[in-house]
Design a protein around this ligand. Structure first.
Ligand code: ARG
Length: 458
């Protein structure tokens, strides 16, 4: 009948397996610093409203300072018997400062305590991810600027479609990661609301000052319903959802990097430090990092489904189910943080093989649309122009040459509107330069777009 903080009510101890099954200290101890931060704010408020004495508060602060240094030094002893991070710290506090430690939990429950800890932790993680997304976008825009006029084939259906600039291609990802940043910023506004004061579920009979605690902890407001405050984890689900989209974008970029690096394609090379060799095949240099990132997208998607499922069956208010929110949430943040850190470093280390990109764009009739547009500008209806060019492409396929290899006379066979100036639009440079509008692939637009992003990030 000893050990647990709640054990006075019980007539027999739980079995070892149940103890392990219900304990969370192995993973929630990483919330320790936020737990202490929350407790210190709570104690300061309890003193301000005269529920505890200035001496109690001083004792609590002294004890917490000691606990903090024990945790940092790695000498703090975490006990499974004490279930979770909250009870481990509280028990040690009582050991160190006695009755003041026992008064800390006045007007509070682990239910609002843990919800507060998670929000503090998550706010910190979101800020880190926002910074990392910035670094990745800066890297993408920098390489894009460098390659604003490097041409490669753009694909649809994995078939050569039209020439695009490599800078333009990279800036597509800068846009995606820009929206991901917006999502995190938006999510943060709902994370940064204080649950403390909800106590177990109904609030507390003590004259607490919740706005004061919110202010001390840097929250933008307080949860307005105590039942909601302790029970919902929608803010965490939103976060994991935003992370799943980040990983989805990372995964698409990874897939492209893997394809570009295949010797069959040969568009880029990655710095050696992001690749590994094969233990059997000496010639190999494998793009392990992008492949692994593509794979890790699956675990984040899994955490999203797990959290949604965790929530859906819970009646109000707090249920122990919610203890299961942490591992997936922690792993999501860890996975995305590591992935973004590596990608921000990997992108500037991409070696562009411009000759191979160019050669690939010259195959596959990438300028066929340009020829059709050329005819349209000379009065031919687009559908007729489309058909005339399709015939020309077939002819080229038979001959084994590109559209640009046909003479003016040969092209005129497909449509009489073809003039001497036709070859200007059949070149790759002419094709990309012509798409000179906001959002277009022209080098001038790419430079402008990259500069805009770099300026916004500086
Ligand atoms: N370890 C618990 C969690 O993660 C803390 C709250 C437990 N509250 C309770 N009444 N059992 O959610």
């Amino acid at each position: 009948k000893k050990g647990q903080a709640w054990s006075a009510r019980f007539s027999e101890p739980v079995s070892d397996l149940v103890k392990r099954y219900t304990a969370s200290v192995d993973f929630d101890k990483r919330l320790a610093m936020f737990d202490i931060q929350g407790s210190l704010a709570h104690a300061q408020m309890l003193e301000a409203v005269k529920v505890i004495s200035p001496q109690d508060r001083a004792d609590i602060e002294r004890g917490m300072a000691q606990i903090q240094s024990e945790i940092q030094a790695g000498t703090f002893i975490w006990l499974l018997d004490l279930e979770d991070v909250h009870l481990n710290i509280e028990k040690r506090l009582v050991e160190l400062v006695g009755d003041a430690g026992k008064r800390l939990h006045t007007g509070r429950s682990r239910n609002d305590q843990v919800a507060t800890d998670i929000r503090l932790w998550l706010r910190d993680q979101i800020d880190q991810l926002i910074e990392l997304l910035k670094q990745l976008r800066r890297a993408l825009a920098t390489v894009a600027l460098e390659h604003s006029s490097t041409i490669l084939p753009g694909f649809t259906h994995m078939q050569v479609a039209q020439p695009v600039t490599f800078g333009h291609h990279l800036l597509a990802y800068a846009e995606m990661f820009g929206r991901d940043t917006q999502r995190l910023i938006d999510c943060r506004t709902r994370v940064n609301i204080l649950p403390l004061g909800a106590a177990a579920l109904a609030g507390t009979s003590f004259p607490i000052d919740r706005p004061l605690v919110a202010k001390l902890l840097g929250f933008d407001g307080v949860c307005l319903n105590s039942l909601d405050a302790v029970s919902d984890r929608d803010f965490a689900i939103e976060f994991v959802s935003a992370c799943a989209l980040i990983m989805t974008h990372i995964s698409r970029l990874s897939e492209e990097i893997v394809i570009w690096m295949s010797p069959r394609v040969g568009f880029i090379d990655l710095a050696d430090r992001f690749c590994t060799g094969s233990s059997i095949m000496p010639q190999k240099k494998n793009p392990d990092v992008p492949e692994l990132a593509r794979g890790k997208t699956g675990r984040v998607n899994g955490h999203l489904v797990a959290l949604l499922t965790l929530m859906k069956g819970q009646p109000l208010a707090y249920n122990k189910d919610n203890q299961e929110d942490k591992e997936g949430l922690f792993d999501t943040a860890d996975t995305v943080r590591d992935t973004l850190t590596i990608f921000a470093d990997m992108v500037p280390g991409i070696t562009v093989k411009a000759d191979n990109m160019r050669a690939a764009a010259l195959q596959g009739f990438a300028t066929a649309t340009d020829l059709a547009d050329y005819l349209v500008k000379r009065g031919v209806p687009f559908r007729d122009a489309h058909e005339a060019v399709a015939h020309a492409v077939r002819e080229c396929e038979t001959k084994g040459c590109d559209l640009a290899d046909l003479s003016v006379a040969e092209l005129q066979k497909f449509h009489p509107s073809v003039q001497d100036d036709v070859h200007a639009v059949l070149t790759l440079e002419g094709s990309v330069a012509a798409r000179n509008h906001i959002g277009g692939t022209a080098p001038e637009q790419v430079q402008r777009a990259a500069q805009t992003i770099l300026t916004a990030l500086s």
